[in-house]
Design a protein around this ligand. Sequence first.
Ligand code: SF4
Length: 392
Amino acid sequence: MAHRIKHPIHLEQPRSTYIHVPFCVHRCGYCDFTLVAGKDHLIHNYLEALSRELADLRAWGNFASSQPLSLDTLYFGGGTPTHLSPEELRRLFEIVFEYFSLDENAEFTVEANPVDLTEEKIAVLVEAGVNRLSLGVQSFEESALKLLERDHTRETIHDAMNRLRGRLDNVSLDLIFAVPGQSRKDWKATLAEAADLHATHLSTYCLTFEKGTSFYQRLQQGKLSSADEELQREMYADVMTFLPQRGYEQYEISSFAKPGFRSRHNQVYWSGRGYFGFGPGAARYLAGVRETNHRSVTTWLKKVAAGESGAQEREQLSDEDRARERLILGLRTLDGVNLTTFADETGFLMEELCGSEIEKLIAAGHLERDARRLRLTHDGRFFADSVTLELL
Ligand code: SF4
C-alpha cells in the first residue's frame, strides 16, 4: 500500500464533453463499438433520451447551473455522427448547446465517414462551429476497404477532402494496418496518400479481432487469418519512421500530428482530468467517480426514457487507483509523465506506488527515466500493452 504525501487532491470541474452517436448503415466486420446498424427509426428516440440525460446531469453534484457550462473541448463520436440527416444533426447540436457552450478557442470535433460528407452536411457542421473532423478512412486500397466492409472507396475519400478544403481544413484521418492480405508496400502507400492529402493529424491502429465481431468468428473458423506479429511490428515501425519524415510528430502510441494539431480532447483522457460523457456506452469521469453507460443502445434508451440513470457501472476510484491510472494513461503519451507534476497532482511518489515494477521495465528497456520524467522508450512503444499490465 503506497502512502500519499499530501492531500486533498483538487478535483476541478471538467471542461470536456463526449457525446456518443450510435448509428451506422452497417456494422463493419471488425467493429465492436456501441451502435445499432440499419435502425434509423431510433434516431428520434435517441435525441429525446440524450436531451433527458443532459438535463439530469445538469442537476448532478457541483454542476447545477442554469447557464451552459463552458468547454475547452467537445467531441462527437460513434458510431457515425454524420450518418444523421442534416435536420437531425442540427437538432443534435441544438440539444447539446442548451447545456454547454464553447470557449473562444475550443476544439470541436465530429467523427465522420467520407461517404456522408455532402455539401449540405458540411454546411451544417461548419455552421455549428465544428473546427475539427476525424475521418474514418482506414485505407486507400480498394481491397482493404472491401475486406474491412467499408462503404467508401478511395475516390470517395478524395472527393470528401476536396469538398472540405477551405471550409474545414483541420482533418484527422484514422488508418488501420495489418489488414489480412496487406503488404508493407500497400501500407506505406496508404500512409503516403494520407500525408499527400495534408491531413493535420493521423491515428493509426493495428487491426484487432475482438470477441463478438464477425471477424473474430471468421478467424476462429479459419476463414480469415491475421497478419503475423512480425509483420504487425514492421508496419508499426513503418509508421514511426515515415510520418515524422512527412512532418508529423508522434505524441502518443497511435497518434501523429502536424505542429499545433494534437488532439486536445484525447489529451484530456491521457492526463487523467475529468470529462462529461453522454449517450449509450459513453463514459464520464467526474470528481473521482467513473460512470459508464449501458452499451446496449436499446437498454440505454429504455432506461433513460423511463427516467432512470443510463449508467451501467459506477466506480469511485480510490486515491491510489487514480494515481495508478494517471501513470498508465500518461505513459501512452510520448512526453511521458512528469515526476513533479505527478506527485503534486496525485499526492503519491511514483516509486512508492510501483517502484519495483518501474525498475523492471527500465531494465527491460521499455521505460526510461531522467531527472524530470518517466516515459516509454522507442522499443517500449511496441510493448505498450504489456507495460500497462505490469503497472496495473
Ligand atoms: S463505420 Fe465505424 S463505427 Fe460504424 S460500424 Fe464501421 S467501424 Fe464501426
